[in-house]
Design a binder for this molecule. Structure first.
Ligand SMILES: CC(C)(COP(=O)(O)OP(=O)(O)OC[C@H]1O[C@@H](n2cnc3c(N)ncnc32)[C@H](O)[C@@H]1OP(=O)(O)O)[C@@H](O)C(=O)NCCC(=O)NCCS
Length: 223
């Protein structure tokens, strides 16, 4: 299911579960607070008893197996690693939770952007036009995404990533902090294959093979 769920003052749910109580989890809790203040109650979820802790920044930590999900409850996964995020998504769905999108009030997104369920867009990011963002994608702080870009499910854009126009990014791609992806052209997008890893600070100027790790300026394949 797709949604366009931008800056909605009334999300239609009152309880948000954030899987992962680490650094990004705390940032996502702040994001939710910026969106809805105390109108939405936030909980952290973990999948192992060993990870249970006292409240983190005032937010209770619960075991996902012990959640009593109500139909209207929603979740997002705050784990940067695409594979771990895929697994945690399944765990949350098995617990009876439904995903939601989360968009910071100071992210700029045009009406010509489709954002799919479970995706998170952090503050300072700008998504221009004719962009399709798949499910459970992370667009971290201060990223820019230009025209005619597609991003596959479970892909991660770390802080400060810039994606130029006419780019196609596959599923499960990890893009490190500050990486730049140059533009493809109309009808011939620059393609980053499924499961690729782009190192922090890289400048991608050529297509990237599925599963490849590329680094540097210009980016070259490391493995
Ligand atoms: C790309 C990355 C995932 C690789 O990590 P890794 O699997 O442990 O790989 P290694 O450290 O063994 O590096 C593999 C090669 O890439 C090079 N490399 C790794 N990161 C690089 C970078 N950012 N820039 C340039 N080269 C880099 C290494 O020097 C090594 O090169 P070599 O084989 O010629 O010696 C990691 O270095 C990285 O950039 N992570 C991004 C972290 C990030 O942005 N997190 C966001 C948190 S919000």
């Amino acid at each position: 299911m797709k949604c366009n769920f931008f800056h909605c003052p009334d999300p239609g749910f009152s309880r948000l579960y954030i899987f992962g109580a680490g650094g990004f989890g705390r940032e996502v809790a702040w994001l939710a607070e910026q969106c809805w203040g105390d109108r939405v109650e936030v909980f952290f979820l973990v999948d192992q008893r060993a990870y249970l802790t006292p409240p983190v920044n005032g937010v209770q930590v619960q075991l996902v197996d012990e959640v009593t999900a109500r139909e209207e409850d929603r979740f997002v996964v705050a784990l940067g690693d695409p594979g771990l995020r895929r697994k945690a998504t399944l765990t949350c769905q098995e617990a009876g939770l439904q995903p939601t999108c989360l968009v910071h009030p100071r992210a700029e997104i045009s009406a010509r952007v489709v954002l799919s369920q479970g995706s998170i867009v952090c503050g300072g990011s700008i998504l221009t036009t004719d962009i399709v963002v798949g499910a459970h994608v992370h667009v971290n702080l201060a990223c820019t995404i230009g025209h005619d870009v597609q991003i596959g499910d479970y892909t991660t854009l770390s802080p400060g990533v810039h994606v130029s126009g006419n780019v196609e990014i596959g599923e499960d791609v990890f893009i490190g902090t500050g990486a730049n992806i140059i533009n493809g052209s109309a009808g011939a997008p620059l393609v980053i294959g499924r499961g690729a890893v782009i190192a922090a600070g890289a400048c991608v100027t050529r297509p990237v093979e599925p599963g490849a790790l590329v680094a540097g300026v210009p980016a070259v394949r490391k493995r």
